[in-house]
Design a protein around this ligand. Sequence first.
Ligand code: PMV
Length: 375
Amino acid sequence: MKKKGFTKVLKNFTSETSIFVIMNLSIFKTNCINSIQTQVTWQAPSNIALIKYWGKHGEQLPKNPSLSFTLSSCISTTALDINPISKGTNISFDFYFEGQSKPEFHSKIEVFFKRILPYCPWIANHHITINSQNSFPHSSGIASSGSSMAALASCLVAAEELFDDHADQKASFLARLGSGSAARSINGPITVWGATESVKESSDFFAVPLSESDYHPIFNTYCDAILIIDQGQKKVSSTQGHRLMENHPFGVARFKQAFQNMVNLIKILEEGDLDAFISIVETEALTLHAMMMTGSPNYILMHPNTMEVIQSVWNFRQETKLPVCFTLDAGANVHLLYPQKDAFQIEDWIDHKLKAFCREGKIIKDKVGRGAKKV
Ligand code: PMV
């Protein structure tokens, strides 16, 4: 018999479907670990969502399933030095970013440790020194919470020396409790977070990789050119943005659309239908920003140059028929996605025509990758 309180029943409602996921969370609880003295270093990449997660409930659970490409060059590298201390009531840690102590990140990390304490109770009697760095510039406008939370979670799971099938799932589960989208950075090249009828073993609690036999090999070659349009601090944080979906006038319709887009995209990925791929990816990007513009209070994160780039993508695609499309994060920057076989022509156009729209001409050329790894 299952222990009371260990099983959560989760419901995702759309007007047409309701998916029930029963998850025995006790598989993630490592109550048996008492003392750890170790140093571990992991790196984890950023990811770019094609089906967007926007709106959450409960403890970091998504209102709809999301799917992303895992990247390879935009990475966080995190080293932990873990030492036993006598049992205290406070979480004990130091945090250094690129060699400097960063007290401004303390509260976010503390919230994370408190959330994961039921699953890693040993943290309460250890001191953890965290040293982290990013491969991409701090002020680029690229969110680092995905890669940094995934790297931190990977270190904690490695310290527990879990080597069974649940290690990746636990790392994704913990990363989600730091930043929802981070759950998708543990594996690659394509991961799905959130229960969907289209992906076996998909879960709201952790992300799962799509099996390579389930999608066309062209997607293993995808490039992502990140156009840095604005490097500034976001006017509205993702946390606030998720919250605004709670009473959003189009919330129900949006969540229903995302469930359906997921079903359609899984089929498109399998068939390798690039026109249909482009249509869904761009619709998702624009819908994300439409939600920001139509909530209350409403706001706009796109910049005039974001619009210039979008229009250029549409014109270029019409003229050349090359399969390049855009997607957007919660910010002004534009991600251009295209297969490697067309990279020469597309990157020539990016360098000659789109650089002018970027802050200091900054473009980061990345491609799909395989997820977190030990350093
Ligand atoms: O992980 P968060 O809470 O920062 O939210 C990220 C949300 C988007 O990046 C806009 C979409 C996504 O699915 O990654």
